[in-house]
Write a protein that binds this ligand. Structure first.
Ligand code: NAP
Length: 487
């Protein structure tokens, strides 16, 4: 990738806070450094917002709320539709920007931009279908009218692993429903969100509807908003531990909450599965985003009768995934996000090896600069290995074999998480029986990818509550009001 192209893309992104439709420095002029995980080098300094800045952003969101709620749904939808078009037109530059701050290969960043844009297209269509209902009182006299109105100002907190899509998955329905927002992106990947704010302005989003506060101190900056009675909703995507503490804080104001939290997805391959298809599904479910996805397959349960064939093919496919900087077109696996994540993945693999696992490929960091870890397959993994219990968030596939279905389902459900499971079988009966028994909000049936803007994404148990996308996605941003009509 020519340096001039990189400089041009980095140079075009705003670096300041976006509040009330204007770009401004953080109070005191503080900045935070953004690092390229492929090199460890600082690529930008952006405003490092404080609690005062966050309060100013909420002031702007509160001031814009009545006018925005009164804006015709068609107009709100048209803004989203234009934003969809602009995201699509700007895919190349935005994909490169994402790769520079997050690490994934440019082709994967481009795929994320497409996915992110589809939330805008979907919610452009949903904006005009926020329907209520009218019915006759069962007692005969009087009528029941049910309205769905915007919740009001929202705080949106997003993670670094999908810097654009996690934003549009919240902003899309909020805009469609008529809510105003304060967005707090992850400190590792603020540039994509700043570029998105600029793009939405170009698409016609009025001042104050979306405000963006970047910060190196998430807790202190956003904490006061959670106890501000003008805030009406928190939508959070991130780790379960942070989600739990934010849900507890949000309880004071009884905020509406959506929580998209961590996962520990089981991937089940039954003896009657199409093994080729299961391997292809496993490569996507494990290696998409370098394994840094809440939906990443974390544990593979494979029937004894097909285990050898599945494992051999998976190792061959993993061997064909070059590791390197995301800006190199040959790269299939970019760096992990930072040194902490590299350390965590390394520790989880070492723990499994100490407890008796055998490594068939990969198994140690690739070396720097940058935070690279190669695709790894482990077999004979002990039941008490930490990586069967904890979210790996890296390109490591532990394989466990099983003999009977009931045992496989019990092992799959033996986790506090419940985001997604994957299941490969050619039996329709088994497919439905196992899908119903799995304790997750989503099931990938004979496919390794479930994310789809037209479908309700979300988890159960410690993976959170609420749904993003689909017809259900808008429900997170509307309140139901019932009018008792006396005729
Ligand atoms: P994280 O550490 O929980 O951070 C997520 C966001 O929360 C970041 O913006 C972070 O800001 C902010 N944050 C951290 N502490 C906070 C606090 N005390 N108050 C307010 N905000 C706070 O998670 P992550 O490591 O970025 O993301 C990975 C996790 O997200 C994984 O567990 C993954 O499974 C989950 N995830 C879930 C979904 C889903 O849809 N279920 C999707 C993607 C990712 P800073 O960046 O400043 O720390």
């Amino acid at each position: 990738m020519p340096d001039a192209t990189i400089d041009k893309v980095l140079g075009s992104v705003p670096r300041q806070l976006f509040i009330g439709g204007t770009w401004r420095p953080a109070a005191g002029g503080r900045t935070l450094a953004v690092e390229n995980p492929a090199t460890g080098e600082v690529i930008a300094e952006v405003a490092d917002g404080s609690a005062d800045d966050a309060r100013s952003a909420l002031d702007a969101a509160v001031a814009a709320q009545p006018g925005w709620a009164a804006t015709p749904p068609r107009d709100r939808g048209e803004i989203l539709r234009r934003a969809y078009q602009l995201l699509t037109e700007r895919t190349n530059d935005l994909a490169l920007l994402m790769t520079l701050e997050m690490g994934k290969p440019v082709a994967e960043s481009a795929a994320e931009i497409t996915y992110a844009a589809e939330f805008f297209r979907w919610f452009a269509e949903e904006a005009v279908r926020i329907e209520g209902r009218f019915s006759v009182n069962p007692a005969g006299k009087g009528r029941l009218v049910v309205l769905r109105q915007p919740v009001g100002p929202c705080l949106l907190i997003t993670p670094w692993n999908f810097p654009m899509a996690m934003g549009t998955r919240k902003i899309g329905p909020a805009v469609a429903a008529g809510c105003t927002m304060v967005l707090k992106p992850a400190q590792q990947t603020p540039l994509s969100s700043l570029a998105l704010a600029e793009l939405l302005t170009d698409a016609g989003l009025p001042p104050g509807v979306l405000n963006v506060v970047t910060t190196s101190n998430a807790g202190e900056t956003t904490g006061p908003l959670l106890s501000d009675s003008r805030l009406r909703k928190l939508s959070f995507t991130g780790s379960t531990a942070v989600g739990q503490s934010l849900a507890a804080k949000a309880a004071d104001q009884l905020l509406r909450i959506s929580m998209e939290l961590g996962g520990n997805a089981p991937f089940l391959v039954f003896g009657d599965a199409d093994v080729d298809a299961a391997v292809s599904g496993a490569v996507i479910a494990k290696l998409r985003n370098g394994g840094e996805a809440c939906t990443a397959a974390n544990r593979f349960y494979v029937h004894n009768s097909v285990a050898a064939q599945f494992t051999e093919q998976l190792v061959a496919r993993f061997a064909d995934m070059p590791v390197g900087p995301g800006t190199d077109p040959a790269t299939k696996i970019g760096p992990l996000i930072d040194g902490r994540q590299l350390q965590k993945v390394s520790e989880l693999v070492e723990d499994a090896l100490k407890k008796g696992a055998r490594c068939l490929i990969g198994g140690a960091p690739s070396g720097g600069p940058g935070y690279f870890y190669p695709p790894t397959v482990l077999v004979d993994v002990a039941p008490d290995a930490r990586l069967l219990r904890e979210e790996i968030f890296g390109p490591v596939a532990p394989i466990v074999t099983f003999e009977d279905e009931e045992d496989a389902v019990a092992q799959a459900n033996d986790t506090e998480f419940g985001l997604v499971s994957y299941l490969f079988t050619s039996s329709l009966e088994r497919a439905l029986r196992v899908s119903e028994a799995l304790e997750t909000g989503m099931v990938g049936l004979n496919q390794g990818l479930v994310s789809n803007p037209a479908a309700p994404f979300g988890g159960v148990k410690h993976s959170g509550y609420g749904r993003e996308g689909g017809h259900e996605g808008i429900n997170e941003y509307v309140e139901v009001k019932y009018l008792a009509v006396n005729l």
